[in-house]
Design a protein around this ligand. Sequence first.
Ligand code: PZK
Length: 286
Amino acid sequence: MPDAVHLGSGKVRELYALDAGRLLLVASDRISTFDVVLPTEIPDKGRVLTGLSAFWFARTRPITPNHLLALRSDARSTECRRLTMLPIECVVRGYLAGSGWKDYQKTGEVCGHRLPPGLRESDRLPAPIFTPATKATSGHDENITREHAVRLVGAERFAEAERLSTALYRFAAEHASARGILIADTKFEFGVDGDGRLVLGDEALTPDSSRFWPADEYTPGGPQPSFDKQFVRDFCEKTGWNKTAPGPALPPDVVAGTRARYVEAFERLTGVPFTRYLADPQVVLG
Ligand code: PZK
């Protein structure tokens, strides 16, 4: 039996099978913007995301079981329980951004949630909403109706996924806003274990699976700067890149500034100095 069999690659992560019941999820330092992976890595980005995800998994166990079994000493690899993943992305939105804002402008609704009239881009919603999406095999995930999601996973699973997702979002958004970070929206992925129980999988509540905004710059009425990727986006815009592959290489100052933002998000949210995490990743499991 080899140590690990490569199962697949995400844009910035790799997935391996350790044995019949366990997977290894490895977060690289690759970064994507406008859906394109750039040729330049952000040192430690994978470790920041792995540590943050593990932090949230540890703290949200009272809300839902999750797939995390162990955090490896490289600080970027996690051993996980193998699940049967649901065919939907469980998106929760607390603010009106991205496709939520686009759908609202067209219809006044997002995934069947009728919203008050007169909302502006990036406004906080009266309450978080569950807006499931399909896992598009190619290209962008697509928002789907509640009815479509119910057809894909069944009414009971749908109701449970909605309840757990909104509870996770509320917990994390409150924790983060007290530390100067707004979680505008986030995507969860759930799977089912051998006992038929719903289990939180994938990564959770990281800047790659969420929109993080700096709370001190929050100004609804237009788009908000990204907590982590704004330097990268600003640089890409000013190069005149047409947003198709290959993307531009990043200069050292953009790399350093972006790395600093990831580390800042980690330290604000976990309260753990990043160097302490690198020395002993288990500290985030608190
Ligand atoms: C699973 N992905 C996404 C694809 C990656 C990640 N616990 C689990 N059980 C079964 N399957 C998955 C998980 C998780 N997490 C996750 N695809 C399947 C994915 C490619 C690379 F790093």
